[in-house]
Write a protein of this length. Structure first.
Length: 111
């Protein structure tokens, strides 16, 4: 992502890798892997980004559609002993919305 371009995502067509940014600008301390998803956790314990490997296969879309991606968002929600890590984005008016549950005691992340 180019600094100042306002985009909250980046797609690498050679690697078929989609990266979504949270807007939090800090160094990555660790990662949480869930299949082809790599959630980046910053030094403050907040979610700073998400890399989706094999993105066109994960979402079953033509890779060229990622040039039409907009309105992406990452989120973290705490409910009881669970933490939900999720993301949402649009491609040509189609909404992709996903969340994953992780036990709170299994990760160190701030909500």
């Amino acid at each position: 992502m180019d600094e100042g371009d306002g985009k909250m995502f980046e797609y690498n067509s050679e690697l078929d890798s989609l990266y979504l940014y949270s807007g939090i600008n800090e160094n990555v301390l660790g990662v949480i892997n869930i299949e082809d998803l790599i959630f980046d956790v910053g030094v403050s314990g907040k979610l700073v980004g998400l890399e989706i490997e094999n993105a066109s296969k994960v979402f079953n879309v033509n890779p060229q559609l990622f040039s039409k991606l907009d309105n992406c968002k990452l989120f973290v929600k705490k409910q009881g002993n669970l933490i939900f890590l999720g993301f949402r984005f649009n491609i040509m008016k189609e909404i992709f919305n996903y969340s994953y549950m992780v036990a709170k005691d299994k990760i160190a992340i701030t909500c």
